[in-house]
Design a protein around this ligand. Structure first.
Ligand code: KG4
Ligand code: ZN
Length: 343
Protein backbone atom coordinates (compact mmCIF):
# COMPACT_ATOMS: atom_id res chain seq x y z
CA UNK A 1 0.00 0.00 0.00
CA UNK A 2 1.45 3.38 -1.00
CA UNK A 3 1.13 6.07 1.69
CA UNK A 4 1.77 9.71 0.84
CA UNK A 5 3.15 11.84 3.70
CA UNK A 6 2.89 15.62 3.84
CA UNK A 7 4.75 17.77 6.40
CA UNK A 8 4.10 21.52 6.64
CA UNK A 9 4.24 22.31 10.38
CA UNK A 10 6.98 24.93 10.27
CA UNK A 11 9.59 26.02 7.75
CA UNK A 12 10.05 22.87 5.70
CA UNK A 13 7.66 21.50 3.08
CA UNK A 14 8.27 17.76 3.02
CA UNK A 15 6.58 15.09 0.93
CA UNK A 16 7.30 11.35 0.72
CA UNK A 17 5.85 8.13 -0.61
CA UNK A 18 6.19 5.03 1.58
CA UNK A 19 5.32 1.49 0.48
CA UNK A 20 3.98 -0.21 3.60
CA UNK A 21 3.73 -3.67 2.01
CA UNK A 22 7.40 -3.61 0.99
CA UNK A 23 8.42 -1.57 4.08
CA UNK A 24 10.36 0.76 1.86
CA UNK A 25 10.53 4.47 1.28
CA UNK A 26 10.01 4.97 -2.45
CA UNK A 27 10.83 8.66 -2.73
CA UNK A 28 10.93 11.90 -0.79
CA UNK A 29 11.31 15.58 -1.59
CA UNK A 30 11.90 18.60 0.60
CA UNK A 31 11.86 22.34 0.22
CA UNK A 32 13.51 24.24 3.06
CA UNK A 33 12.40 27.83 3.65
CA UNK A 34 15.50 28.64 5.70
CA UNK A 35 16.93 31.08 3.12
CA UNK A 36 13.60 32.93 2.98
CA UNK A 37 13.39 33.38 6.78
CA UNK A 38 17.09 34.13 7.32
CA UNK A 39 16.69 37.89 6.75
CA UNK A 40 14.24 38.00 9.67
CA UNK A 41 16.36 35.95 12.10
CA UNK A 42 13.58 33.37 12.54
CA UNK A 43 10.45 31.90 11.00
CA UNK A 44 7.78 34.39 9.87
CA UNK A 45 4.54 32.36 10.09
CA UNK A 46 2.63 34.12 7.31
CA UNK A 47 5.53 33.80 4.86
CA UNK A 48 5.84 30.14 5.85
CA UNK A 49 2.15 29.42 5.07
CA UNK A 50 2.32 31.14 1.68
CA UNK A 51 5.45 29.29 0.69
CA UNK A 52 3.93 25.92 1.65
CA UNK A 53 1.04 26.75 -0.70
CA UNK A 54 3.54 27.29 -3.53
CA UNK A 55 5.65 24.20 -2.82
CA UNK A 56 3.54 21.23 -1.78
CA UNK A 57 1.84 20.32 -5.08
CA UNK A 58 5.09 20.48 -7.11
CA UNK A 59 6.77 18.37 -4.39
CA UNK A 60 4.00 15.75 -4.69
CA UNK A 61 4.55 15.69 -8.49
CA UNK A 62 8.26 15.33 -7.89
CA UNK A 63 7.86 12.43 -5.48
CA UNK A 64 5.44 10.58 -7.79
CA UNK A 65 7.84 11.08 -10.73
CA UNK A 66 10.83 9.80 -8.70
CA UNK A 67 8.83 6.75 -7.57
CA UNK A 68 7.47 6.29 -11.14
CA UNK A 69 3.94 6.08 -9.79
CA UNK A 70 0.74 7.69 -11.03
CA UNK A 71 -1.25 9.79 -8.57
CA UNK A 72 -3.99 7.12 -8.45
CA UNK A 73 -1.44 4.69 -6.94
CA UNK A 74 -1.69 6.63 -3.66
CA UNK A 75 -3.77 4.39 -1.38
CA UNK A 76 -3.69 6.53 1.79
CA UNK A 77 -2.45 9.90 2.97
CA UNK A 78 -0.89 11.12 6.22
CA UNK A 79 -0.28 14.78 7.00
CA UNK A 80 1.01 16.70 10.00
CA UNK A 81 -2.04 17.80 11.98
CA UNK A 82 0.00 19.43 14.77
CA UNK A 83 1.71 20.77 16.73
CA UNK A 84 3.07 23.65 14.68
CA UNK A 85 2.15 26.95 13.08
CA UNK A 86 -1.62 27.05 12.49
CA UNK A 87 -1.49 28.56 8.99
CA UNK A 88 1.31 26.29 7.86
CA UNK A 89 -0.47 23.20 9.20
CA UNK A 90 -3.67 24.21 7.40
CA UNK A 91 -1.91 24.13 4.03
CA UNK A 92 -0.85 20.49 4.45
CA UNK A 93 -4.23 19.54 5.94
CA UNK A 94 -6.14 21.20 3.08
CA UNK A 95 -4.06 19.57 0.37
CA UNK A 96 -4.18 16.16 2.07
CA UNK A 97 -7.96 16.23 2.48
CA UNK A 98 -8.55 17.60 -1.04
CA UNK A 99 -6.36 14.93 -2.58
CA UNK A 100 -7.94 12.21 -0.44
CA UNK A 101 -11.38 13.33 -1.53
CA UNK A 102 -10.43 13.22 -5.20
CA UNK A 103 -8.81 9.79 -4.83
CA UNK A 104 -11.48 8.46 -2.45
CA UNK A 105 -8.73 7.25 -0.14
CA UNK A 106 -8.36 7.51 3.67
CA UNK A 107 -6.48 10.40 5.22
CA UNK A 108 -4.92 10.54 8.70
CA UNK A 109 -3.68 13.51 10.75
CA UNK A 110 -0.28 12.71 12.29
CA UNK A 111 1.39 14.19 15.38
CA UNK A 112 4.62 15.88 14.27
CA UNK A 113 6.58 14.58 17.28
CA UNK A 114 5.36 11.05 16.73
CA UNK A 115 6.86 11.39 13.24
CA UNK A 116 10.17 12.48 14.80
CA UNK A 117 10.28 9.79 17.43
CA UNK A 118 9.47 6.96 15.02
CA UNK A 119 11.97 8.24 12.40
CA UNK A 120 14.88 6.10 13.70
CA UNK A 121 12.77 3.06 12.70
CA UNK A 122 13.33 4.13 9.08
CA UNK A 123 17.01 3.22 9.35
CA UNK A 124 18.64 -0.06 8.31
CA UNK A 125 19.20 -1.11 11.90
CA UNK A 126 16.06 0.07 13.73
CA UNK A 127 15.60 -0.09 17.53
CA UNK A 128 13.05 -2.47 19.00
CA UNK A 129 10.31 -1.30 21.37
CA UNK A 130 10.33 -0.35 24.19
CA UNK A 131 12.79 2.55 24.31
CA UNK A 132 13.36 5.97 25.81
CA UNK A 133 13.08 8.78 23.25
CA UNK A 134 14.88 12.08 23.63
CA UNK A 135 12.99 14.52 21.43
CA UNK A 136 15.06 17.63 20.86
CA UNK A 137 13.70 20.00 18.26
CA UNK A 138 13.26 23.74 17.79
CA UNK A 139 9.96 23.70 19.67
CA UNK A 140 10.21 20.71 22.04
CA UNK A 141 12.54 19.02 24.48
CA UNK A 142 11.01 15.90 25.97
CA UNK A 143 11.95 12.50 27.30
CA UNK A 144 9.31 9.88 26.50
CA UNK A 145 8.89 6.24 27.45
CA UNK A 146 7.87 4.60 24.15
CA UNK A 147 6.24 1.18 24.61
CA UNK A 148 4.81 0.80 21.11
CA UNK A 149 3.35 2.91 18.31
CA UNK A 150 0.85 5.22 20.02
CA UNK A 151 1.93 4.34 23.57
CA UNK A 152 3.96 7.27 24.79
CA UNK A 153 4.49 8.34 28.40
CA UNK A 154 6.01 11.73 29.13
CA UNK A 155 8.93 11.39 31.56
CA UNK A 156 10.13 14.97 31.55
CA UNK A 157 10.20 18.10 29.43
CA UNK A 158 11.52 21.62 29.27
CA UNK A 159 9.88 24.15 31.54
CA UNK A 160 10.76 27.03 29.20
CA UNK A 161 12.94 27.14 26.05
CA UNK A 162 13.48 24.05 23.90
CA UNK A 163 17.05 22.86 23.25
CA UNK A 164 16.89 23.94 19.58
CA UNK A 165 15.46 27.29 20.62
CA UNK A 166 18.42 27.76 23.00
CA UNK A 167 20.80 27.04 20.09
CA UNK A 168 18.91 29.52 17.90
CA UNK A 169 18.83 32.27 20.55
CA UNK A 170 22.51 31.79 21.43
CA UNK A 171 23.37 32.04 17.74
CA UNK A 172 21.47 35.31 17.57
CA UNK A 173 23.39 36.67 20.58
CA UNK A 174 26.64 35.75 18.82
CA UNK A 175 25.53 37.45 15.60
CA UNK A 176 25.13 34.17 13.69
CA UNK A 177 22.30 33.42 11.29
CA UNK A 178 19.20 31.24 11.55
CA UNK A 179 18.90 28.31 12.25
CA UNK A 180 21.47 28.56 15.01
CA UNK A 181 22.20 24.89 15.74
CA UNK A 182 24.45 24.07 12.79
CA UNK A 183 26.21 27.47 13.02
CA UNK A 184 26.95 27.13 16.75
CA UNK A 185 28.21 23.59 16.14
CA UNK A 186 30.55 24.82 13.39
CA UNK A 187 31.87 27.75 15.47
CA UNK A 188 32.28 25.59 18.59
CA UNK A 189 34.74 23.37 16.72
CA UNK A 190 37.42 26.05 17.01
CA UNK A 191 36.46 27.00 20.60
CA UNK A 192 38.51 25.77 23.54
CA UNK A 193 36.67 23.53 26.00
CA UNK A 194 36.56 24.93 29.52
CA UNK A 195 37.61 28.47 28.57
CA UNK A 196 34.01 29.63 29.09
CA UNK A 197 32.04 27.67 31.66
CA UNK A 198 28.29 28.08 31.56
CA UNK A 199 25.70 26.68 34.00
CA UNK A 200 24.18 23.21 33.56
CA UNK A 201 20.53 24.09 34.34
CA UNK A 202 18.57 21.57 36.43
CA UNK A 203 21.34 19.01 36.25
CA UNK A 204 20.64 18.05 39.84
CA UNK A 205 16.92 18.80 39.93
CA UNK A 206 16.12 15.19 40.81
CA UNK A 207 13.61 14.89 37.99
CA UNK A 208 13.72 14.61 34.20
CA UNK A 209 12.68 18.18 33.41
CA UNK A 210 14.87 20.71 31.63
CA UNK A 211 15.21 24.49 31.64
CA UNK A 212 17.29 26.34 29.08
CA UNK A 213 16.26 29.98 29.36
CA UNK A 214 18.88 30.65 32.10
CA UNK A 215 21.58 29.31 29.81
CA UNK A 216 20.62 31.91 27.22
CA UNK A 217 20.93 34.63 29.91
CA UNK A 218 24.36 33.26 30.87
CA UNK A 219 25.44 33.51 27.21
CA UNK A 220 24.20 37.10 27.14
CA UNK A 221 26.30 37.90 30.23
CA UNK A 222 29.37 36.24 28.65
CA UNK A 223 28.88 38.34 25.51
CA UNK A 224 28.41 41.58 27.49
CA UNK A 225 31.67 40.98 29.32
CA UNK A 226 33.41 42.00 26.08
CA UNK A 227 31.98 45.52 26.25
CA UNK A 228 30.91 47.69 23.34
CA UNK A 229 33.32 46.11 20.85
CA UNK A 230 31.75 42.71 21.49
CA UNK A 231 33.57 39.38 21.56
CA UNK A 232 36.29 38.62 19.00
CA UNK A 233 35.83 35.64 16.67
CA UNK A 234 37.96 33.56 19.01
CA UNK A 235 35.96 34.61 22.07
CA UNK A 236 32.73 33.81 20.21
CA UNK A 237 34.03 30.34 19.40
CA UNK A 238 34.87 29.77 23.08
CA UNK A 239 31.37 30.88 24.12
CA UNK A 240 29.82 28.62 21.48
CA UNK A 241 31.89 25.71 22.79
CA UNK A 242 30.95 26.50 26.40
CA UNK A 243 27.28 26.63 25.42
CA UNK A 244 27.36 23.41 23.41
CA UNK A 245 29.19 21.55 26.19
CA UNK A 246 26.67 22.75 28.80
CA UNK A 247 23.62 21.73 26.79
CA UNK A 248 25.12 18.38 25.78
CA UNK A 249 26.03 17.60 29.43
CA UNK A 250 22.44 18.22 30.54
CA UNK A 251 20.88 16.22 27.68
CA UNK A 252 23.22 13.27 28.29
CA UNK A 253 22.73 13.28 32.09
CA UNK A 254 18.93 13.41 31.85
CA UNK A 255 18.85 10.71 29.16
CA UNK A 256 20.92 8.42 31.40
CA UNK A 257 18.61 9.17 34.32
CA UNK A 258 15.58 8.30 32.14
CA UNK A 259 17.14 4.95 31.20
CA UNK A 260 17.85 4.23 34.84
CA UNK A 261 14.32 5.15 35.91
CA UNK A 262 12.65 2.97 33.26
CA UNK A 263 15.21 0.16 33.39
CA UNK A 264 15.50 0.34 29.59
CA UNK A 265 18.70 0.01 27.59
CA UNK A 266 17.72 1.67 24.31
CA UNK A 267 17.69 5.41 23.73
CA UNK A 268 16.34 6.95 20.55
CA UNK A 269 17.25 10.53 19.74
CA UNK A 270 15.04 12.50 17.38
CA UNK A 271 14.47 16.08 16.24
CA UNK A 272 16.77 18.69 14.72
CA UNK A 273 19.21 18.91 17.65
CA UNK A 274 19.78 15.16 17.18
CA UNK A 275 21.91 16.20 14.19
CA UNK A 276 24.48 17.72 16.59
CA UNK A 277 27.65 15.67 16.36
CA UNK A 278 28.96 16.56 19.84
CA UNK A 279 25.66 15.33 21.33
CA UNK A 280 25.86 12.18 19.23
CA UNK A 281 29.44 11.47 20.29
CA UNK A 282 28.73 12.11 23.98
CA UNK A 283 25.63 9.89 24.00
CA UNK A 284 27.38 7.04 22.18
CA UNK A 285 30.26 7.12 24.71
CA UNK A 286 28.02 7.47 27.78
CA UNK A 287 25.67 4.64 26.80
CA UNK A 288 28.42 2.29 25.69
CA UNK A 289 29.90 2.59 29.15
CA UNK A 290 26.58 1.36 30.59
CA UNK A 291 25.88 -1.49 28.16
CA UNK A 292 23.09 0.52 26.61
CA UNK A 293 22.68 1.69 23.03
CA UNK A 294 21.68 4.90 21.36
CA UNK A 295 19.88 5.06 18.01
CA UNK A 296 19.79 8.13 15.79
CA UNK A 297 17.71 8.73 12.71
CA UNK A 298 19.83 9.22 9.62
CA UNK A 299 20.83 12.88 9.41
CA UNK A 300 18.36 13.54 6.60
CA UNK A 301 15.46 12.40 8.85
CA UNK A 302 16.61 14.39 11.90
CA UNK A 303 15.13 17.67 10.78
CA UNK A 304 11.56 18.04 9.48
CA UNK A 305 10.67 15.86 6.50
CA UNK A 306 7.77 14.09 4.80
CA UNK A 307 9.19 10.57 5.20
CA UNK A 308 8.64 10.46 8.96
CA UNK A 309 5.01 11.51 8.47
CA UNK A 310 4.39 8.95 5.68
CA UNK A 311 6.02 6.31 7.88
CA UNK A 312 4.05 7.15 11.05
CA UNK A 313 0.83 7.14 8.98
CA UNK A 314 1.75 3.78 7.40
CA UNK A 315 2.29 2.25 10.87
CA UNK A 316 -1.05 3.61 12.10
CA UNK A 317 -2.95 2.36 9.03
CA UNK A 318 -1.22 -1.00 9.47
CA UNK A 319 -2.34 -1.06 13.12
CA UNK A 320 -5.93 -0.74 11.97
CA UNK A 321 -6.62 2.99 12.03
CA UNK A 322 -9.14 3.79 9.38
CA UNK A 323 -8.43 7.48 8.91
CA UNK A 324 -11.15 9.67 7.49
CA UNK A 325 -12.58 9.95 4.03
CA UNK A 326 -11.54 13.26 2.55
CA UNK A 327 -15.03 14.76 2.64
CA UNK A 328 -14.88 15.41 6.39
CA UNK A 329 -14.43 18.89 7.74
CA UNK A 330 -10.91 19.02 9.10
CA UNK A 331 -8.96 20.99 11.65
CA UNK A 332 -5.39 21.28 12.83
CA UNK A 333 -3.96 21.21 16.35
CA UNK A 334 -1.25 23.85 16.72
CA UNK A 335 -0.90 22.75 20.38
CA UNK A 336 -1.16 19.00 20.91
CA UNK A 337 0.56 17.10 23.77
CA UNK A 338 2.14 13.89 22.49
CA UNK A 339 1.02 12.03 25.61
CA UNK A 340 -2.62 12.42 24.44
CA UNK A 341 -1.98 9.95 21.62
CA UNK A 342 -3.22 6.38 21.68
CA UNK A 343 -3.80 3.71 19.09
O1 KG4 B 1 13.10 19.12 14.36
P1 KG4 B 1 13.41 20.40 13.67
O2 KG4 B 1 13.88 20.36 12.26
O3 KG4 B 1 12.19 21.37 13.68
C1 KG4 B 1 11.28 21.45 14.71
O4 KG4 B 1 10.35 20.62 14.75
O5 KG4 B 1 11.52 22.35 15.55
O6 KG4 B 1 14.49 21.13 14.60
C2 KG4 B 1 15.03 22.39 14.28
C3 KG4 B 1 16.00 22.78 15.37
C4 KG4 B 1 16.51 24.20 15.24
O7 KG4 B 1 16.36 24.85 16.48
C5 KG4 B 1 17.98 24.02 14.87
O8 KG4 B 1 18.81 25.08 15.34
C6 KG4 B 1 18.31 22.70 15.51
O9 KG4 B 1 17.15 21.92 15.33
N1 KG4 B 1 19.46 22.05 14.88
C7 KG4 B 1 20.63 21.81 15.52
C8 KG4 B 1 21.51 21.23 14.57
N2 KG4 B 1 20.83 21.12 13.37
C9 KG4 B 1 19.59 21.63 13.59
N3 KG4 B 1 20.99 22.04 16.79
C10 KG4 B 1 22.25 21.71 17.14
N4 KG4 B 1 23.15 21.16 16.30
C11 KG4 B 1 22.84 20.90 15.01
N5 KG4 B 1 23.74 20.36 14.19
ZN1 ZN C 1 10.30 18.92 13.85
Amino acid sequence: MLVLGIETSCDESGVALYDSSERRLLAHALHSQIAMHQDYGGVVPELASRDHIRRVLPLIDDVLAKARQPVRAIAAIGYTEGPGLAGALLVGAGIAHGLAMSLACPVLGIHHLEGHLLSPLLSEDPPEFPFVALLVSGGHTQLMHVRAVGRYELLGETLDDAAGEAFDKTAQLLGLGYPGGPQIARLAQSGIAGSVTLPRPMLRSGNLDFSFSGLKTAVMTAVKRHGMAGPTEKAKADIARGFEDAIVDVLVAKSLAALQLTGLTRLVVAGGVGANSRLRGALIAALEARDARVFFPELVWCTDNGAMIAFAAALRFEAGEKGEAGAHPFGVRPRWPLSELSL
